[in-house]
Design a protein around this ligand. Structure first.
Ligand SMILES: NC(=O)c1ccc[n+]([C@@H]2O[C@H](COP(=O)([O-])OP(=O)(O)OC[C@H]3O[C@@H](n4cnc5c(N)ncnc54)[C@H](OP(=O)(O)O)[C@@H]3O)[C@@H](O)[C@H]2O)c1
Length: 289
């Protein structure tokens, strides 16, 4: 299968390139293909004629999106519409990623694909718009909502990932305050990339929630990083109100992987196991005392 992976330098993109290594893959960074260049994107796709396009690109600095709504909607919605239209023109399948932040979080039961979204932030709204664009413009699509990504490459769009940030702050001897009132499922991009490989080999198009198994708060996630690495840290819980981030985030955004299970796919491993594998891969487990 001829595949184009957009955002190849990102954390999910890096693992997708790795997992699909045996396939006929082209992979682009933002310097090679800027999805906001609608004409350039169309020309490159017409030239490559991929059968499958996997778009990992996004503007996802959640707090910055609040005052950069135009950029958020340009990258996360308008560019996605352009991509979806070109994919439809080529009869290519489009796999696109969305987020748990499309939900409002005013409950404590995992969200299924049939639950109604209600984003709280500009980022969440822009990603939900992107979903609609894909649905309307490209009939053969997979929309994959995922959550709390971390991968060996680190989020290029965010300058690292949560795990690495925690370890850096601990090494710098900084006090670390992490919210304990936002519950999610941290997800290792390598595990997600493996699942995407399974999914795109089917023609069971539509919307999917794909995350690691089980859930925790951001504080519990940070505590596990320090427990597994043996790194000493001045870690304490805080609240979203005290943290006062610019963008509102859902208090609960656990995604039930209902549709994936219905396909007969296995659940991903629990987030704790995936985190241990990531730390091993990065060489952080050796830090353990
Ligand atoms: N990170 C999370 O916690 C999280 C949670 C839920 C959902 N998601 C979604 O999952 C997807 C992958 O996230 P990720 O964590 O792997 O992100 P990432 O590491 O920041 O990678 C995103 C990639 O997008 C590329 N990109 C940004 N703007 C672009 C543009 N205008 N044209 C072309 N490429 C562009 C960047 O390319 P360059 O590096 O070459 O500039 C970057 O490599 C995104 O759709 C995101 O919204 C992420």
């Amino acid at each position: 299968m001829r595949v184009l992976i957009i955002g190849a330098r990102g954390q999910l993109g890096t693992d997708l390139v790795r997992e699909l290594a045996g396939w006929d893959v082209s992979a682009t960074t933002s310097a090679q293909l800027d999805v906001c260049d609608f004409g350039g994107t169309r020309r490159l796709l017409l030239d490559l004629r991929p059968e499958l396009v996997i778009n990992t690109s996004a503007y996802h600095r959640v707090d910055d999106c609040e005052h950069e709504a135009e950029r958020a909607f340009l990258v996360n919605a308008h560019a996605v519409r352009n991509l979806a239209m070109v994919c439809a023109e080529l009869d290519a399948v489009l796999t696109h990623f969305s987020t748990d932040y499309v939900f409002g979080g005013e409950r404590d039961l995992p969200y299924t694909e049939s639950d109604l979204p209600g984003p709280l932030s500009v980022y969440g709204n822009s990603k939900l718009s992107g979903e609609h664009m894909v649905r309307v413009c490209c009939p053969r699509h997979f929309i994959v909502r995922t959550c709390g990504l971390y991968g060996v490459a680190g989020a290029s769009g965010k300058g690292g990932n949560f795990v690495e940030t925690m370890l850096r702050l601990a090494r710098d001897g900084k006090p670390i305050r992490v919210v304990d009132d936002q519950v999610l499922t941290p997800t290792y991009t390598l595990d997600l990339a493996k699942k995407i490989k399974e999914l795109v080999e089917t023609d069971a198009f539509g919307l999917y929630h794909l995350t690691s198994n089980s859930s925790c708060s951001w504080f519990e996630f940070a505590a596990k990083v320090f427990e597994l690495t043996g790194v000493r840290a001045d870690l304490a819980p805080t609240t979203s109100a005290a943290f006062a981030a610019r963008a509102k985030r859902p208090a609960y955004s656990v995604l039930d992987n209902t549709r994936m299970r219905a396909l007969g796919f296995q659940d991903m491993r629990p987030w704790q196991e995936a985190l241990a594998a990531y730390l091993q891969e990065k060489g952080h487990m050796r830090l353990a005392a």
